[in-house]
Write a protein that binds this ligand. Structure first.
Ligand SMILES: [Zn+2]
Length: 429
């Protein structure tokens, strides 16, 4: 039964996500003759919604199954994971619209690269919080300790090592290495190694803990030597950031770590404890982000200073954005680390050959129906849990305690909280 649910969830999630992306892309397809900045502006919200939908579809499956198969704890896990995979695979179809002819293997390689650097820590934290026992004790500290060690190892080189073992990341060619080392030396940076990946997206990263640089082949193909040197100057500026800035960046990467204690904290301190955890998480995310935004401006200024003609750096940036079809002006009040391309070009002393585009919308409508469905399911689940609590309280002949006291277990793992199964709700002797 669960096997059928799992296979079905994968297929339905894939088709649903593909269908929603296809519908969301209609305005973008109609603008096939428009300037690339306008096309990127129309594409961006669909991409963001597609990424959010992967999680919302999986959450819908998890909550739906938890309601209907509440007699079996964790019955939701396999189908929800399958739904996540199916919806994530729809990203391949979407990326093929941006990079026609993109092979599944190349797409999956890039998926793993971004996943290793940005999602693996998050996934570990989610698994850690699910494994966390409801009480503080040696088990909870062991889970927390192992998790901390794993996440720190990922940040300090494990992610790169895995990518090297799997050959997704390879040493750069002599041309790229020479340019990178020469530019780093001029900037006074201690560059250790230069890596290249085959991803379809254009990207350049300074891997700060290792003092390495990573470029995508698709970016290198489009840049002249001088343009590449200007991008290297930007990355080299990151490599000479102070130890304090680096510590702030690591703190930002660990921002969600306190949330692994959500289960024991909610058990021991109730809702107020959970709120404190969330506030800590938000603070840990927002403070280092401000720092990172400042560092991006500083790196841009350094790149302009170090490049003989600022137009070279501005053009290199424009090629990067154009390859990725990223908007020249992001949604209003965006909290991204990088400034808008248009402003970065102006700051480099170059006036782009087109008007400042309108900011891109934040998300597409395609997320709303999924979010409404999830909200409805959660509403039903919570009201059922409350009914079950009241019945239990009436049976004991006492006033109903609050939900947080009644259900100390992690809500998604608990089979009793939300059950509507008459057998599990029957009075026990
Ligand atoms: Zn940067």
């Amino acid at each position: 039964m669960i096997f059928m649910f799992t296979v079905g969830s994968f297929g339905i999630a894939f088709l649903l996500a593909c269908g929603l992306n296809w519908l969301g892309l209609i305005p973008w397809r109609r603008a096939s003759e428009a300037h690339w900045t306008e096309r990127a502006r129309l594409l961006f919200p669909v991409r963001i919604s597609a990424a959010i939908n992967v999680w919302v579809i999986a959450a819908n499956v998890a909550v739906g199954l938890q309601m209907f198969r509440s007699d079996a704890a964790l019955a939701w896990l396999g189908p929800a994971f399958a739904a996540w995979c199916g919806a994530a695979l729809s990203g391949y179809m979407l990326d093929r619209e941006i990079w026609p002819g993109l092979s599944l293997i190349r797409w999956f390689g890039q998926f793993l690269i971004y996943g290793m650097f940005w999602q693996a820590g998050l996934l570990l934290m989610i698994s850690g919080s699910l494994l966390m026992p409801p009480n503080f004790g040696w088990q909870s500290w062991t889970v927390a300790g192992v998790l901390l060690a794993l996440i720190l190892s990922l940040i300090f080189g494990l992610a790169l090592t895995v990518l090297r073992w799997t050959r997704l990341v390879q040493p750069a060619s002599p041309r790229v290495r020479d340019i990178a080392f020469q530019t780093a030396q001029q900037a006074g940076a201690n560059l250790r190694a230069v890596w290249v990946d085959e991803g379809p997206a254009a990207h350049a990263f300074a891997l700060l803990p290792m003092k390495d640089m990573l470029f995508s082949e698709s970016l290198l193909r489009r840049l002249s030597d001088n343009e590449l040197a200007s991008i290297c100057a930007h990355e080299a500026a990151h490599l000479i950031e102070s130890k304090w800035v680096f510590a702030g960046r690591v703190l930002g990467a660990m921002a969600l770590y306190p949330l692994v204690f959500i289960c024991p904290v909610s058990h021991q301190f109730g809702l107020s404890g959970v709120l404190v955890l969330f506030v800590a998480g938000v603070l840990l995310i927002s403070l280092p982000r401000k720092l990172a935004q400042k560092m991006e401006k500083r790196a841009d200024a350094a790149a302009v200073r170090q490049t003989a003609d600022p137009v070279i750096y501005a053009h290199a940036l424009e090629k990067l954005y154009e390859t990725n079809q990223m908007p020249a002006v992001m949604p209003k009040k965006n909290r991204l680390i990088h400034a808008d391309l248009y402003d970065r070009m102006v700051a480099a002393g170059v006036t782009p050959g087109y008007e400042r585009p309108k900011p891109s919308p934040r998300t597409s409508w395609t997320t709303y129906p999924l979010a409404v469905l999830l909200g409805l399911q959660l509403g039903i689940m919570i009201s059922r849990a409350q009914d079950a609590n009241e019945q239990e309280a009436a049976r004991k002949g006492s006033s109903p305690p609050s939900l947080s006291q009644q259900s100390p277990e992690w809500p998604l793992l608990s089979s009793e909280v939300s059950t509507n199964n008459p057998n599990t709700n029957a009075p026990r002797r």
